[in-house]
Design a protein around this ligand. Sequence first.
Ligand SMILES: [Zn+2]
Length: 441
Amino acid sequence: MLPIADTLIAARWIVPVLPRDVVLEHHAIVVAQGAIVDMLPISAGLEKYPSARVVNLPDHVVIPGLVNLHTHAAMTLMRGLADDLPLMTWLHDHIWPAESRWAGADFTRDGTLLACAEMLRGGVTCFNDMYFFPEAAAQAILQARMRAAIGMIAVEFPSAYATDAGDYLSKGIALRDTLRDEALLSFCLAPHAPYTVSDETFERIVVYAAELDVPVHIHVHETADEIRDSLAAHGARPLQRLKNIGLLGPNLIAVHAVHLTPQEIALLAEYGCHVAHCPTSNLKLASGLAPIRALAQAGVNVGLGTDSAASNNRLDMFSELRLAALLGKHGAGDAAAIPARQALEMATINAARALGLDAKIGSLEIGKRADITAIDFSTPALSPCYDPLSHLVYAAGRENVSHVWVDGELLVENGALLGIDSAEIMARANYWRDKIHQGGT
Ligand SMILES: [Zn+2]
């Protein structure tokens, strides 16, 4: 028996990502109960599913929803608060003082909703989050109807959210227990970084990760200073220290991974670790260039992330796609490095794989959830089109996103957010700007 189709998306082009190197022309994606149930030529689809709601996208390319593998969504409220500073000055003198004064549940909820609105409008359907008050973030994400991996954050220092690392972890794990049946949510353990988390806490995280079977999401090898300080404090580079504690494995998402020796690249490959590449953040904080081609050639799964809007300052995966391809070429000294196909995989299936969600999302295949983004090519800047994959990475921008579905639900239509009150979200953002501005950082 045929499934009762809700929606038939009739597209000029479909780039499913998997199988590789396939571009379908004049094909339809059929969605029923949040899942992709068929992909076939448009004419055959209209005949086979006469009762489906048809969405005609005659000049559009349809791709899997983009997956942002690393962000701190609530920090969108600190977009542009402090720029043009090195990482540690930026953190110690601006971001951490502002957070310690203002970051609470309301701040996190408002900031996360603002981030969801920005990301959805830009074709992102799923993100991997790390921030305080994850229960407030989860509330905003469920309100926005997006998919996300919620970080069970751990640091040693106290905040308004938790008193010490044990308190952070127990709160995170309790939240996961409460929300584990939410279909759009998954969870990661999220120790902030080797320089903010002790060996003892890492040892507990190794045990929890095995018990809960969840990824571990951590900033690592972001700057040269981080490595020098680790050698002074622990007698080992951060990755070596994590290896000694038993943290390296196929559930580890190493964010940034900028400063790596060839031996460390081999180590990440040997242990099946994933890397979240955040090219704009690395450039803005002058952290360096991650050796993306070498990592990929060694067999490391590399996904793409924006990092926060405080260090980017856009939650714009189209910018990251283009930069990842361009910097990959520059870093390798080879124009053939990181071709468009590989960049798009980093922003879709690779990021989904790192989150353990690749059986559900990351490509347009029958049986997967219907997380779908459409980009309208009927504009001079995207004309003519010889190869939609090339345009997606080198010519298109998030302003060209027209439609977005998450789990089969239409959340962006002709560039307009459905079900999210943008005016209200922006009013809340301005409320926080006035508060932070008047109160100082
Ligand atoms: Zn980050």
